[in-house]
Design a protein around this ligand. Structure first.
Ligand SMILES: NC(=O)c1ccc[n+]([C@@H]2O[C@H](COP(=O)([O-])OP(=O)(O)OC[C@H]3O[C@@H](n4cnc5c(N)ncnc54)[C@H](O)[C@@H]3O)[C@@H](O)[C@H]2O)c1
Length: 310
């Protein structure tokens, strides 16, 4: 059935990929976004409409006049530097955003909502790989770093306790990467540093932290499975299980870019969980099979940044 989706934060990295995929499947898309992030290359399509607005303002949401079947709620302030510099904004967008979007759904009688939460809700997880049932924590309410993860925990709890929706699904992305993801995440940062470097590439910290990176096309296959088969009030990790140290990642990027550069460690500036590794059993059970190795995903990403930013 052809549906109309409202994608909040749809001008972002993930929102754009989701919108393209749903358009290709024949659906209509209304993107709602205030263009907070740096400009991205966006698409034009007769079944796509962009409504400029701020999720913190109910009146802006009321500019959406079309009948909507389903909401995909992605609008958020991302980026670790923003968590430290603008915690009040991060909290306002996260908390007012989820409250406003739930009210919007109630007013328009939209019974389906898909929420982007985050792997950040686990912080220092108690076990690895980390499944969706472990306890969530805010390790230090005085540390602005946790402004973002707090909004994700609040958003999840608001949805899980709502009796309004027929289908409310939560997904927790883990380090998604790929072309056109902006410049403020570890992979594009390393690519840009490698472009500019003469002798060394400086990384944040000692590079011992481990992460597992999921290529955007794999993310989209997982998302499409969740949208089709995901169950009401269920939470799904989305990610990859190929775990690497940031130091290894840095060396790999330099190697794939065919440069001869040394990696320089630095003193840590931010709190950073030492590991993030999702347990994907729930997703595998629904039929998800990742296709991209880190090598292949990085090659595609590097190629894109090479063409568009070098
Ligand atoms: N990319 C990842 O690896 C990752 C990991 C964990 C969670 N997530 C979550 O997935 C979602 C999408 O992430 P992304 O990587 O595409 O982020 P992104 O920053 O590229 O996109 C977020 C979008 O939200 C919009 N936005 C911000 N404030 C707004 C406001 N007040 N009103 C309306 N729109 C506003 C921005 O303009 C941007 O287009 C977010 O909710 C994010 O927290 C992403």
């Amino acid at each position: 059935m052809k549906k109309t989706y409202l994608v909040t934060g749809g001008l972002g990295f993930i929102g754009k990929a989701i919108s393209i995929s749903l358009l290709q499947q024949g659906h209509n898309i209304i993107v709602f976004d205030n263009n907070f992030r740096e400009k991205r290359f966006f698409l034009q399509n007769k079944n796509l409409k962009i409504v400029k607005g701020d999720i913190r303002k109910k009146n802006d949401l009321n500019k959406v006049k079309t009948n909507i079947h389903s909401v995909i709620h992605l609008a958020a302030i991302n980026g670790t530097q923003n968590f430290y510099d603008k915690p009040e904004l991060v909290l306002e967008v996260g908390v007012k955003g989820i409250i406003n979007i739930i009210d919007f759904c109630k007013n328009k009688n939209i019974k389906e909502i898909i929420l982007a939460s985050s792997s950040e809700v686990y912080q220092n997880a108690p076990s690895f790989p980390t499944n969706e049932n472990v306890r969530l924590i805010i390790p230090d309410p005085y540390n602005p770093r946790f402004s973002y993860s707090s909004t994700k925990i609040i958003s999840e709890i608001l949805l899980l306790n709502s009796s309004f929706f027929k289908r409310a699904i939560i997904f927790r992305p883990h380090n998604i990467y790929g072309p056109d993801m902006g410049l403020k995440h570890v992979i594009p940062e390393l690519i840009m540093k490698t472009f500019k470097a003469k002798k060394t590439v400086k990384i944040q910290g000692d590079g011992k932290n481990k992460r597992s990176f999921c290529y955007i096309d794999d993310f989209i296959s997982a998302f499409n499975i969740i949208i089709k088969k995901g169950k009401h009030k269920e939470i799904y990790n989305i990610g990859n299980t190929e775990e690497v140290k940031i130091l290894y990642l840095s060396k790999l990027i330099v190697k794939l870019m065919k440069q001869n550069l040394k990696i320089e460690k630095s003193t840590k500036s931010f709190f950073n969980a030492s590991r993030r590794l999702p347990d994907l059993k729930k997703l595998y059970k629904l039929g998800f099979k990742p296709k991209f190795s880190l090598n292949n995903g990085l090659l595609k990403t590097i190629e894109w940044y090479n063409t568009n930013y070098k």
